[in-house]
Design a protein around this ligand. Sequence first.
Ligand code: ADP
Ligand code: MG
Length: 440
Amino acid sequence: MPNANFGSVDRMNDSTLLQASDIRMAFPKPDGGELLVLDGINLELREREIVGVLGRSGSGKSTLLRLIAGLAAPTAGHVSYLGERVVGPARGIAMVFQSFAIFPWLTVFQNVALGLEAQGLPRPEIRQRSLAAIDMIGLDGFESAYPRELSGGMRQRVGFARALVVHPNIMLMDEPFSALDVLTAETLRTDFLDLWAEGRMPIRSVVLVTHNIEEAVLMCDRIVVFGSNPGRILAEIKVTLTQPRNRLDPGFRELVERIYVEMTARPAGAVPSRGGVGLSTVLPRTSSNLLAGLLETVAAAPFNGSADLPKIAHDLQMEIDDLFPVAETLQMMRFAEVGGGDIRLTEAGVAFANAGVDERKRIFARHLLTHVALAAHIRRVLDERASHVARKSRFVDELEDFMSEEAAEQTLSAVVTLGRYAEVFAYDDDRATFSLENPV
Ligand code: ADP
Ligand code: MG
């Protein structure tokens, strides 16, 4: 609907339910610095739409949901909801979480009714609304069951019912399908979309947080593509495919491809194209099997050195949270270039894929020590010490000058994986120490 008051402070129009403006969120770090998690986020939520927030793990999606729900306050910027600034938990905004956040000692009915208890409604109304929500979401007959008696899919339905029972204006869903098996997840998605299309759910708008590209294209009217470090909006994509959507439809595949392109567009200053990876870089989680596996797959026919990431993801059944960290590690180590939704092996990447075991280790070690500063640093410390031993905590402390504790742990565990595979150092998990015990 064209708006009458465009240009007002919040640029709100008639159908705007919620607006997040210039959001910035930083958390304090142990060393007194700050960890910037969200920057320059502008997001508008309108009547009757499902908006997807798509991004990798750690890109700040859950943080954004908490800000929208008023569960935390942004460092800068503000959220307005129905024209009023959000301060504190906002009424009429309900959340569904990834994990089945329901109480094991309460029955399905009690878990759902709990959503309403706080509102002080008359008993009969609580009962009537709870039963209606249970019925709608497909839990009819399970009212007196305990969560332990339910499958994961049914438990997640309880999570949905508990959000619906309050008749929220906005339903925020934080990766609600990601802990479910493939079939159950698809059933729940389809059921949800059917209810939504029929207009039966007492909700006006939905925000769906996901790291699953296809899920976003399947369900959303609009997708906000997030980049990481700090979380920011890379692109906003309108999805005009009619529902129900078909994953095999060419228009569907085109959108998936476009999102890959957006997500692999290298932001200025992200991974430097020259000069390697500094100590301040958070290393992605990875496994040596996946690294070697991806190199081999891309090197082999039919790809012959260059592959479309969506195709690879599909062939190897990998989600972006698995595929991107591996592709990025290969990029950091100069075994591949990632961009435009593609991965292309470098000469070294091809050489690695074609080499035997020993030669692979040599190539890998050389690239690791040349391009990953942390690996070179650990090796140098070990070389310099007479004992050739160093505690992990020493490196964690160093990394925490640059990154969060969690990121430092992840980075150390990634460098352990890479260093072990390259045999440039050893790591003893029991003693939490690096050493030169095995390497040559
Ligand atoms: P996502 O949901 O996209 O996986 P999150 O919003 O959970 O991402 O987290 C984004 C980043 O913010 C992560 O690096 C995480 O460690 C950090 N973070 C989230 N909450 C806090 C907090 N309360 N204190 C410090 N850091 C936090
Ligand atoms: Mg999250």
